[in-house]
Design a protein. Structure first.
Length: 237
């Protein structure tokens, strides 16, 4: 778990992020970049807590991310003219991110930017913009575990709740577990069934029921060795 706190006053502002590894029973202060003025406006975490992102709304610093549970942080260059960040959200596996960022060129507005590579690169999307005065400002955002559903709250011009939905292809991951293999995928917003084949032509459904791993928000299927080659995929029913 992660939480932010802002104390408004004279510089330097006493803005902090706190982390918890026991469902909020106790908290520790995260090590943060030594910045002169920061308001940690929003913070988000992957399902396992290893990947974090935080939005600074103070002026010049934007979005910061961490891949080691908040031990170290790096700055993300979202767009050439972006500064304060009002809200952030992250997928369950931490690979996909969204941020509501102020674009400081006329017409000044808060735009929604997304990343599909853990913050390495960012792009705008088709979120509706309003170029009036005041323009539409995106104030809050949330995403589903697989990042297929987004919801954002707009204030000022175009006040309301906006939603976006896509159908991404879930990715199968295979990891060894003793003498078995575990096939896993992030909980999708659309139902998928796991199938198997020996020749990539004929497919049948895997009879093992997937188990939900609450720590990673992934469905998992354990497979025993069969001493033969096999292929697996996810398909809509």
């Amino acid at each position: 778990m992660a939480a932010g706190r802002n104390n408004v006053g004279t510089l330097p502002y006493n803005s902090k992020i706190y982390l918890s590894t026991n469902s909020g029973s106790s908290w520790i202060q995260a090590t943060l970049p030594a910045l002169t003025a920061t308001f940690w406006e929003s913070v988000a975490s992957s399902a396992d807590g290893t990947k974090l992102m935080a939005g600074d709304s103070s002026g010049d610093f934007g979005i910061y991310t961490s891949t080691n549970s908040g031990v170290t942080w790096i700055s993300n260059s979202v767009c050439p003219y972006s500064f304060p960040c009002t809200a952030v959200a992250i997928s369950a596996d931490g690979s996909k991110m969204v941020g509501c960022v102020l674009v400081d060129v006329p017409p000044v507005r808060v735009s929604i930017y997304t990343s599909t590579n853990s913050g390495a690169t960012w792009q705008t999307n088709n979120a509706p913009l309003s170029f009036g005065s005041p323009g539409r400002n995106w104030h809050s955002v949330a995403v589903s575990a697989d990042f297929s559903k987004l919801v954002a709250v707009a204030v000022n011009n175009g006040l309301g709740i906006w939603t976006s939905q896509s159908t991404p292809s879930p990715q199968l991951n295979i990891t060894p577990s003793g003498s078995n293999l575990i096939v896993s995928w992030t909980i999708p917003s659309t139902n998928f069934a796991m199938q198997q084949s020996t020749d990539l032509i004929s497919w049948s459904c895997v009879t093992n029921a997937p188990m939900l791993n609450l720590a990673s928000l992934q469905n998992q299927v354990t497979l025993s060795p069969s001493n033969s080659s096999g292929f697996y995929r996810l398909a809509t029913p």
